[in-house]
Design a binder for this molecule. Structure first.
Ligand SMILES: NC(=O)c1ccc[n+]([C@@H]2O[C@H](COP(=O)([O-])OP(=O)(O)OC[C@H]3O[C@@H](n4cnc5c(N)ncnc54)[C@H](OP(=O)(O)O)[C@@H]3O)[C@@H](O)[C@H]2O)c1
Length: 254
């Protein structure tokens, strides 16, 4: 593989990992079958293999129910795993890019808290807080199955498709961006507005989305999830409006 610096995507079989692998075809991917980031030695080997290049950590236990049920696993993967990669990058002068979530702004569950703690793993690299949707996202699946879905009319969300987020992450890396950058759509919406646009766009029944001001079932998820895109604009990147990005995404889903 030569001595040049490499771009490594850790978690390359995950949703964001796959999207990033398409955007950065020259990257090398590692996932759970080839590496366990909860072990420092595995993290160090990846960084060495990259020749102190660029390490993008997309690994996490992202299922909020699983995180509630198995705190130890969530802590080990989300926090210790990120620390291992961050330390290995620091020790080897590699560029560490860690992905976090808009949930950390208002943590209400184990997933959100572990992601918040994971952020200290970034000492001199790039910390991205983001939010994204993908074809297997629960909301698309429920609506496409014609299931009535309660959606909150309160709160601010700045959703982008996973492919758009991947492209923006690569643009930030190309600019050698460091520090905290929040990556969301230019404007915000509620989950209800988002759902309404999906049914309108796909020609589904309007009655499928039911407006509510509170969701009482399941693990508590933050309603208030707004991101600040100021730093993204500073790096010269203007994210799309959520409506435009969703319409483009749905064109490929149809
Ligand atoms: N999904 C969202 O809506 C969302 C929104 C905002 C931010 N984020 C953040 O974005 C990042 C990527 O999310 P995603 O949805 O793409 O996640 P994902 O699809 O769940 O992918 C995570 C990957 O990490 C792998 N993995 C789990 N434990 C591992 C370990 N110990 N060592 C190595 N690999 C391991 C998983 O393998 P297995 O599947 O085999 O376990 C999976 O392939 C995460 O940091 C997440 O917190 C996600």
């Amino acid at each position: 593989m030569g001595n040049s610096k490499k771009i490594v995507i850790v978690g390359s079989e995950g949703r964001l990992g796959k999207a990033l692998s398409k955007v950065i075809p020259e990257s090398i991917g590692f996932d759970k079958d080839t590496v366990d980031i909860t072990k420092y030695d595995d993290a160090r080997k990846i960084v060495e293999l990259s020749n102190s290049g660029i390490i993008i950590n997309t690994v996490a236990i992202t299922n909020v129910d699983e995180c509630e049920k198995d705190f130890e696993k969530a802590w080990n993967v989300n926090v210790i795993g990120a620390y291992n990669l961050g330390k290995a990058c620091k020790d080897n002068n590699a560029y560490f890019v860690h992905i976090s979530t808009d949930y950390v702004k208002n943590p209400t569950n184990v997933y959100a808290w572990t992601k918040r703690f994971s952020e200290s793993s970034v000492v001199d690299g790039l910390l991205i807080r983001t939010t994204f949707y993908f074809a297997s996202h629960w909301l698309f699946q429920k609506l496409l199955n014609n299931e009535k879905t309660e959606l909150i009319t309160e709160g601010f969300w700045q959703p982008l498709s996973v492919n758009t987020v991947a492209k923006i992450i690569y643009q930030l890396i190309q600019r050698n961006a460091k520090g905290i950058v929040e990556v969301g759509s230019f404007n915000h919406c509620s989950m209800y507005e988002f759902g309404k646009r999906i049914v309108m766009n796909l020609g589904l029944s309007d009655n499928l989305v039911v407006p509510v001001d509170n969701i009482k079932e399941g693990v508590l998820k933050p309603i208030e999830r707004s991101l600040s895109i100021d730093t993204l604009l500073f790096w010269g990147i203007i994210p799309p409006r959520w409506e435009k990005d969703l319409d483009d995404f749905l064109k490929n889903l149809k």
